[in-house]
Design a protein around this ligand. Structure first.
Ligand code: 6PG
Length: 241
């Protein structure tokens, strides 16, 4: 588990981008599952301002770790957020965007997307394997859309499942632990003081935390697990209290 703590979002975004560029040099095409929510907005906005050619966007196939079951035009859509903060500004190849179709019936979409992953990705022991999975973490310790009260979904034999947000009841489609832990590289992007408690619990005692929080179950078989966190989210890790 590689942990990097940053005083500013711009330092975090720069370092993450340098890390991404190193991974991208290894392959002709790179498959990335993006995280949703609000944290990636800062990174996507940074990528949107990079000099032309700094990242070869045409090398990347874009997927998502989860999606809200809403239309792609809905303000809750992770795809819409990515389009508004990134795709509208950089020359991605439209055919390389594999969005989870939130407008579809959730159970059917989980099956459809699971088949997309099976067809589009390299396999490790029969399981689709991303080059990179970007993950966020909720202040309850969820990741992708696997919530603590539905931890059983993490262990599903499927590639994708449907989940339900505990507060809003919103339906989600999410990757499962099987696919997440099959990735060549897994990277958490976690910022903000509201995440500090869970960051401390998960990083200081991952095995105990794994009993409670899906984010602690992220233990890729490849061993390549990176945390890019800001000083606010790392506050309880670094403070003496
Ligand atoms: C989503 C995300 C989810 C997110 C965390 C953190 O669809 O919401 O994929 O897993 O990463 O909830 O969200 P914030 O970045 O908004 O804190």
């Amino acid at each position: 588990m590689n942990i990097e703590i940053f005083n500013t979002l711009s330092d975090l975004n720069r370092s993450f981008t340098d890390w991404l560029k190193e991974i991208m040099e290894e392959k002709e095409t790179v498959t990335i599952a993006l995280s949703g929510g609000s944290t990636p907005k800062s990174l996507f906005d940074y990528w949107a301002t990079l000099p032309e050619g700094e990242i070869d966007w045409k090398k990347i196939k874009f997927f998502w770790g989860d999606e809200r079951c809403v239309p792609p035009t809905d303000e809750e859509s992770n795809y819409r957020m990515t389009k508004e903060h990134l795709f509208d500004f950089v020359p991605v190849t439209q055919a390389n965007i594999f969005r989870i179709m939130g407008e579809n019936e959730p159970v059917e979409e989980a099956i459809r997307y699971g088949e997309i992953l099976q067809n589009e990705l390299e396999k490790v022991k029969g399981t689709p394997s991303f080059d990179i999975i970007m993950l966020g973490m909720g202040d309850d310790g969820h990741t992708a859309s696997i919530f603590p009260y539905e931890m059983i979904l993490w262990d599903s034999a499927k590639n994708c499942v449907t989940a339900t947000h505990p507060q809003s009841g919103q339906k989600r489609v999410s990757l499962t632990g099987k696919v997440i832990n099959s990735s060549r590289n897994v990277v958490f992007l976690v910022t903000g003081s509201n995440k500090a408690e869970k960051v401390k619990e998960i990083i200081s005692d991952p095995d105990l935390a794994a009993k409670k929080y899906p984010a602690a179950r992220v233990q890729p078989d490849s061993g390549s697990l990176h945390w890019f966190i800001d000083d606010k989210a790392a506050h309880q890790l670094t403070s003496r209290s």
